[in-house]
Design a protein around this ligand. Structure first.
Ligand SMILES: [Zn+2]
Length: 81
């Protein structure tokens, strides 16, 4: 068993996947209830724009939020002095 004090480490965060795009409808309906409809996750932001246009056309909703999602992973590295 090692008896020496542990080597100081630090956590690194690295992007481990493709950035994904999605949109959520935040239009308030009657009684202040937010629609909340959510698009699929896409690799391409153009597809979330297309979803927004289609949803707006179908429902008459006008307020949306666009989101991006990025997968990351942490790595433990020895800390440098
Ligand atoms: Zn909506």
């Amino acid at each position: 068993m090692a008896t020496s004090s542990p080597v100081p480490t630090r956590k690194d965060i690295q992007i481990s996947g493709i950035r994904k795009h999605y949109a959520v409808c935040v239009t308030e309906g009657k009684g202040g209830v937010v629609c909340g409809a959510r698009s699929s996750l896409w690799d391409n932001p153009m597809q979330s724009n297309a979803w927004i246009r289609a949803h707006s056309e179908e429902e008459g909703h006008t307020k949306f939020k666009k989101h991006t999602e990025e997968e990351v992973a942490t790595f433990t590295k020895p800390a440098r002095k």
